[in-house]
Design a protein. Sequence first.
Length: 100
Amino acid sequence: MRKFNYKPSFAAATSAVGGTLGIMIPPSIIFVMYAIITEESVGKLYMAGIIPGIILAFLYVFTIWIITWRKPHVAPAGPSSTGRRSWLPLKARGTSLSCS
């Protein structure tokens, strides 16, 4: 974000808020620990976290879009890219999208 001259407070805020999604969206070690402590089903907790996690992600994106629309100086636009150029790194890794 520094490379593209984002305002430091905006960059820190978006990183911090985005980090909270790690607890909500499965797989989350917090869910597993909570399930063990409360003797709840891990599968049910995972299912219960998917919809709220997706909603929160959408709301975060929408909020960031509104902020950058009203105050474009906090997050200047980076260089434009074509769709083909954006997908090339994934194609170079192969057809598998697994994290290894």
